[in-house]
Ligand binder design. Structure first.
Ligand SMILES: Nc1ncnc2c1ncn2[C@@H]1O[C@H](COP(=O)(O)OP(=O)(O)OP(=O)(O)O)[C@@H](O)[C@H]1O
Ligand SMILES: [Mg+2]
Ligand SMILES: [Zn+2]
Length: 234
């Protein structure tokens, strides 16, 4: 995992996260200072700041404040406490059910627990527009390739709002997911469409994309309830 220079420095282990038990043997144990809540809070702040650049206020929500059912909390905690092995989450649900909020909040907590700092959030429809923008300005393919590579390589990626896409969009999505699956990198995906429905919405790549998502994350989690965007306005 890549080191982040913005992280608060732990002077006990120099951000190695482990210390030797005694000088004589080679046994290592987790660094007690890095486990302290104050240190974790400082790490959370670094991650929040990083995610805020693309996720805005979605990055402000706290895991402990989420209003979710016990079942859902347990399901996400199950994932969160496992060692990272490339398994992520797929969240589906209609507009305003909390997909983006839960995706961001769970991702941030997962990253703190597993010491992951190379994390990116992208709103998929915007990403595709930006990729096409790099093409218009600079048709030498370089920027497009670099953008896709960053998304393929980061330790944790949040792909928010996978929607219907034509040939180009679906091709990009497939390339990203394929690279991530191959290298077992964690991906959190959200969509208003269920998996079978998505197959038909992503040009000729639908089946490939959905198969990869299912291989990585297993069954999608469906978020129920009301549209929280308009709750309280009625
Ligand atoms: N579990 C939750 N606890 C408390 N507030 C929540 C929760 N989930 C969502 N909200 C609030 O509800 C609103 C809508 O949530 P969010 O944007 O995450 O939904 P969404 O499913 O991503 O919607 P969209 O389909 O428009 O992308 C936000 O203002 C958010 O802060
Ligand atoms: Mg959303
Ligand atoms: Zn330490």
């Amino acid at each position: 995992m890549k080191k982040d220079t913005n992280l608060p420095e732990c002077e006990r282990c120099l951000n190695r996260r482990e210390i030797r038990v005694t000088r004589a043997d080679n046994r290592m144990m987790p660094c007690p200072k890095c486990q302290e809540p104050q240190y974790r809070d400082a790490c959370r702040a670094v991650l929040r700041k990083k995610l805020k650049t693309t996720a805005g206020k979605l990055a402000d929500y706290k895991w402990g404040d989420l209003d979710i059912s016990e079942g859902l909390r347990a399901r996400i905690l199950d994932w969160m406490l496992d060692e990272p092995d490339g398994t992520g989450l797929t969240l589906i649900g209609e507009v305003g059910r909390g997909k983006s909020t839960i995706a961001l909040t769970s991702a941030l907590e997962y990253c703190v627990r597993h010491d992951i700092y190379d994390v990116l959030y992208v709103f998929v429809p915007k990403l595709l527009r930006q990729l096409r923008g790099t093409w218009d300005k600079n048709p030498d393919l370089d920027t497009e390739v670099n953008m896709i590579k960053r998304l393929e390589d980061c330790d944790l990626l949040i792909l928010d709002n996978i929607v219907a896409g034509k040939e180009y969009a679906a091709g990009v999505l497939l390339e990203i997911l394929d690279g991530r699956l191959l290298h077992r990198r964690t991906t959190i995906a959200t969509s208003k469409h269920g998996m079978p429905e998505l197959v038909g919405l992503l040009a000729e790549h639908g089946e490939d994309i959905v198969s990869r998502l299912v291989t990585m994350n297993g069954k999608a989690i469906r978020l129920e309830g009301k549209n929280r965007h308009i709750e309280g306005l009625e």
